[in-house]
Design a protein around this ligand. Structure first.
Ligand code: NZQ
Ligand code: ZN
Length: 383
């Protein structure tokens, strides 16, 4: 196992009717900015619950954060925070609202060009404190210090992180997720699944505990995904999906093990250029990354095939291939398409994406074996 340092300061408040606890969680006498998205929280009653729970001191609002939150929109909230001397941000929504709010929290106290933050040319050394009420299980943003921001005018999407960006608390009420469209539920399951595999389908690292923690999340997702389609109003199923998502990217399963993240970084380019949902982009790219890295990842693919998918067979390319095929059909069973052509994306996409990543001199994968040529080859397998 590799050396690691792990610190997670997020207070989790989980369960039905927990939004009311906001009253005790938000520091008193502070100027709060309530941030949210395009209006789902008005339609499903979450906004009303939040307003009822907030203490009767100054609460400002900023709405309109988009899915894949836009830099340009976040900057308007930064202006508001500075002008109104906001002390605390309360983000209410999915991963995009949380991520946008993290960027706003950092940019408000940042001197210089804020684009340096998502492009990682600047380290975030301080940020306004924030808390969140999560309404879409997927990203794990509620219990990590990461954020992903998109800048439309140059079609770029970048992730960044800082210990200063962990939420102070996260309220996870599974009832808030009943109103999700099936597409978002499916995207969330794919996203969680791929967060886990980015930290698990690598090379064996003498980390049996982390392996089994990852396998537990994957096996639970496979079971609950079937149930949520049959019983979308079942509290237990929604609760399990929510807790899986939080556990998938709160850092724990990644302690001391190699991590891949190639699928995510290639996927971000597909979202930036072609507008795919985050979950859709991952469902397209993941089978290609695995197929291309079949030899390097074979031992873990076979372990996954046996322990999670319950496939039988001798370790080798056949069993690893069966695991890849199974995973792709799992995504398809959720209604998520897995080919570029199914999203109307043309044959020039592989080279276009590869050139962008190559221009930034990135090398992807846990062994940094993927440069421009390899990334193009992966995407050509996904046309
Ligand atoms: O904007 P509103 O009206 O709230 O609608 C949203 C949005 O249209 C809607 N929604 C959210 N909760 C709902 C709901 N609709 C009905 N009922 C509810 N309870 O769902 C739509 C999608 O929301 P969004 O927040 O964009 O989805 P998600 O949580 O999947 O977040 C995706 C973003 O997170 C980033 C992605 O790149 C993408 O930008 N990620 C963040 C990570 C992190 N911070 O650690 C890691 C991830 O890998 C990911 O990259
Ligand atoms: Zn993700």
């Amino acid at each position: 196992m590799q050396n690691f340092s792990y610190h997670n300061p997020v207070q989790i408040v989980f369960g039905a009717n927990t939004i009311a606890q906001l009253a005790h969680l938000i520091p008193q006498q502070q100027r709060i900015l309530l941030t949210y998205g395009q209006g789902s929280i008005h339609r499903n009653g979450v906004y009303a619950q939040v307003k009822k729970a907030l203490p009767p001191h100054t609460v400002l609002e900023f709405s309109g954060l988009e899915a894949n939150p836009r830099y340009e929109t976040c900057l308007k909230a930064v202006e508001l925070c500075r002008r109104e001397k906001v002390d605390f941000i309360l983000a209410v929504g999915g991963g995009s609202v949380l991520d946008g709010s993290k960027f706003i929290a950092a940019a408000t106290l940042f001197e210089g060009d804020p684009w340096a933050i998502p492009t990682r040319q600047a380290v975030v050394e301080r940020a306004l404190p924030l808390g969140c009420v999560l309404t879409l299980p997927a990203t794990g943003s509620e219990m990590n210090g990461f954020s992903v921001i998109s800048r439309d005018e140059i079609q770029e999407k970048h992730g960044f992180g800082s210990p200063h960006l962990y939420p102070r608390f996260a309220i996870l009420d599974p009832c808030t997720t009943y109103s999700l469209e099936q597409r978002q539920v499916a995207n969330g399951i794919v996203d969680t699944f791929v967060h886990v595999t980015e930290q698990y389908i690598t090379q064996p690292a003498q980390a049996p505990l982390q392996d089994r923690q990852a396998e537990a999340i994957l096996a639970t997702l496979l079971e609950e995904a079937v149930k949520v389609q049959a019983m979308p109003q079942d509290y237990g199923v929604r609760a399990n999906l929510m807790w899986c998502a939080t556990q998938g990217l709160n850092g724990l399963i990644g302690c001391g093990v190699p991590q891949d993240w190639a699928t995510h970084l290639i996927g971000h380019e597909l979202t930036a250029l072609y507008g795919l949902d985050h979950g859709q982009s991952l469902a397209v790219v993941l089978p290609g990354v695995w197929q291309f890295n079949m030899q390097r990842k074979q031992a873990k693919l076979c372990q996954y095939a046996r322990r999670v998918l319950q496939l039988s067979g001798v370790d080798g390319t056949e069993l690893a291939g069966a695991a890849i095929a199974y995973t792709e059909s799992f995504f398809r069973s959720l209604g998520v398409k897995t080919r570029l052509s199914e999203y109307g994306i043309g044959t020039d996409a592989p080279d276009r994406v590869a050139q962008r990543l190559q221009a930034r001199q990135v090398r992807l994968g846990e062994e940094a074996n993927l440069g421009g040529e390899e990334i193009a080859a992966i995407l050509k397998m996904r046309l």
